[in-house]
Design a protein around this ligand. Structure first.
Ligand code: ZN
Length: 178
């Protein structure tokens, strides 16, 4: 049975560590961790979660894009496990967008990310994939990849002026879009 795991909060040193490569994707421990991460991110209404966010320092995250007020055109996808990811190329174009993080509740920030990335990763069945992601999904991928290297989105802000509380964000940014 998949479990909802407690989410590691900023300040916990595990969020600042380099996570380790997964050698055996097929192990029961890793397959269970994937199921638990999916259950946890869905329950938290997140669009992504990385293993260090549940205190498991492995190179694994879930991308769970769905349309939301910030990105009404975001693709609806089944929560997908991304294992040992590598960003092998990226666009010159960088776009700024608002991000939040389950490990940093109550804070939003305007984060520059590459508009498009070419990536390599292993899926939960052990297959190697090479794929391009753009826009919102590329943003999630970069945010979650950062977690595997001990980086959180507030580290990427160009200015602390581009940060606001969740409450202000909901009033100023989300409302404006309707
Ligand atoms: Zn995060």
């Amino acid at each position: 049975m998949a479990e909802i795991l407690p989410i590691t909060q900023l300040g916990n040193p595990i969020l600042r560590q380099q996570a380790q490569i997964i050698e055996n994707v097929h192990s029961g421990q890793i397959q269970k961790l994937i199921d638990d991460l999916i259950t946890t991110v869905v329950q938290a209404s997140g669009v992504g979660i990385a293993a260090p966010q549940v205190a498991q320092s492995y190179r694994l995250f879930i991308v769970a894009s769905r349309p939301n007020p910030r990105y009404p055109a975001a693709p609806e996808m089944e929560p997908t496990a991304i294992i040992n990811p590598r960003i092998i190329a990226h666009s010159d174009e960088v776009v700024k967008g608002w991000e939040g993080c389950l490990s940093i509740p109550g804070i939003r920030g305007l984060v520059p990310r590459y508009q498009a990335i070419d990536v390599e990763y292993t899926s939960r069945d052990g297959k190697l994939h090479r794929q391009q992601f753009t826009d919102f999904v590329a943003r999630i991928f970069q945010h979650e990849s950062d977690h595997l290297d001990g980086i959180v989105f507030v580290d990427r802000l160009q200015s602390t002026q581009e940060m606001m509380t969740e409450q202000e964000y909901q009033q100023r940014i989300v409302q404006q879009q309707h």
